[in-house]
Design a protein around this ligand. Structure first.
Ligand code: OSB
Ligand code: MG
Length: 392
């Protein structure tokens, strides 16, 4: 099978409501959409980089340069299997979100070449739908948190994740627990807002019976997460700390992790995601699929991945309407009454980009030819650095 073209499109679309975390507030979703073309078919991927290097090092600008100068030039046109992409890119350090954007697009394209849904090609279970939860940003006050959380719970979401930070943690969580009762699965996500010095404060969360606390400490504080796990009863879930299956294995070995949040972009694509799913399944570590406020394209990838048997808990892949008034796919994801999203049935990711909507949201576009042979170092260096305006 041969790839001919890779297209990068940068889009900007308003979020329905601002999303606030311990890093800051997001009002707009901006993302690189990747289209790969060949054999008369197209595959789609989305880069989950951010405006600023707060959640991870990767930004939309860093992803652009990584893709243009290093990733796309290494991709050869002849593809036997999407694992080829992982192998062609593994000498490049980091830049996992940028790599995943292309790698996931190639998996979609490959599944379409085989006329099979992506979940089948990935080895997922033959399920019609996947149970999902919702991630709730920091709210102006506890009363509003209770309102928002209750309405998501009534909609059918299977678990509620509450963003916390020092000054917005015990009080609103206690209020919410009282408001919804003991049976509602509630968890908290700190996005690294605490340090091990906060151990006594974090211990005070124990009576809330949270499902887990996600990434309480810094991304590189694996040892401290291990120490914290000995001090608190709330299970620790790692997000920002996990970039590879090896990271999961090491964190597991030292007891720093009780649950894994897997984001395809954060771990560099499907090859790495499948290794993490396998490790978690073999070690019976609860696993769920995280989210990065993706458009319908990235969301479809999350849904297909979540059909794998290792995904034992509802993830953050909510319906399109939770984020956008108007998604960029022709059939947005809707929440079924039983708190699930349906797995699209068509070939590949099974959702189609809404071309008119994308044209309306488009900030920048660039088309690359895929070379039969990877470019040499000097050919890569000779590439020009055009001025680009991402519309900030
Ligand atoms: O920490 O899981 C996180 C969104 C952006 C960056 C980091 C995170 C999140 C979310 C939202 O929690 C998950 C979603 O609804 O996509
Ligand atoms: Mg998180």
């Amino acid at each position: 099978m041969h790839l001919e073209q890779i297209i990068m499109q940068f889009v900007s679309l308003p979020l329905k409501t601002p999303f606030e975390t311990s890093f800051g507030r997001e009002e707009t979703k901006r993302a690189w959409l990747i289209t790969v073309r060949g054999e008369g078919l197209e595959g789609y991927g989305e880069c989950v980089s951010s405006d600023e290097p707060l959640y991870s090092e990767e930004t939309h600008a860093s992803a652009y340069y990584a893709l243009r100068d290093h990733i796309i030039p290494r991709i050869r046109s002849d593809i036997g299997h999407p694992y080829d992409i992982f192998n062609q890119l593994k000498s490049l350090r980091g830049n996992r979100m940028a790599k995943a954007a292309v790698e996931t697009a190639v998996w979609d394209w490959y599944a379409k070449c085989l006329s099979r849904p992506l979940c089948q090609v990935l080895g997922g279970r033959a399920v019609a739908s996947i149970p999902v939860g919702v991630s709730i940003g920091i709210q102006p006050d506890g009363r509003q948190l209770c309102q928002v959380a209750e309405s998501f719970w009534r909609e059918g979401y299977r678990r509620l994740k509450v963003k916390i930070r020092p000054g917005w943690d015990l009080e609103p969580l206690t209020l919410l627990r009282r408001h919804l009762g003991a049976k509602v699965p509630i968890m908290a996500d700190a996005n690294s807002a605490y340090t091990f010095l906060d151990v006594d404060h974090l211990k005070a969360f124990d009576p809330l019976e949270l499902m887990m606390i996600e990434q309480p400490l810094a991304y590189d504080d694996i040892i401290e997460h291990g120490k914290l796990a000995h001090e608190i009863t709330t299970p620790i879930c790692l997000d920002e700390s996990i970039h590879t299956a090896d990271d999961v294995a090491k964190a597991w070995e030292i007891g720093a992790l009780g649950v894994v949040n897997l984001k395809i972009g954060r771990v560099g694509g499907y090859a790495s995601s499948l290794a993490i799913e396998e490790f978690s399944r073999n070690h019976r570590i609860p696993l769920w699929c995280g989210g990065m406020l993706e458009t319908g394209i990235g969301r479809a990838h999350n849904v297909h991945l979540t059909t794998l048997p290792g995904f034992t808990l509802p993830g953050d892949t909510s319906a399109s309407s939770r984020y956008f008034d108007h998604d960029i796919i022709t059939e947005p994801f809707v929440l079924n009454a039983d708190g699930t999203l349906s797995v699209p049935k068509g070939p590949g990711i099974g959702v189609a980009p809404d071309r008119k909507r994308i044209r309306d949201l488009l900030v920048y576009e660039e088309v690359f030819a895929v070379s039969p042979q990877p470019l040499t170092n000097s050919e890569r260096r000779e590439r020009r650095f055009p001025e680009i305006d991402l519309g900030r």
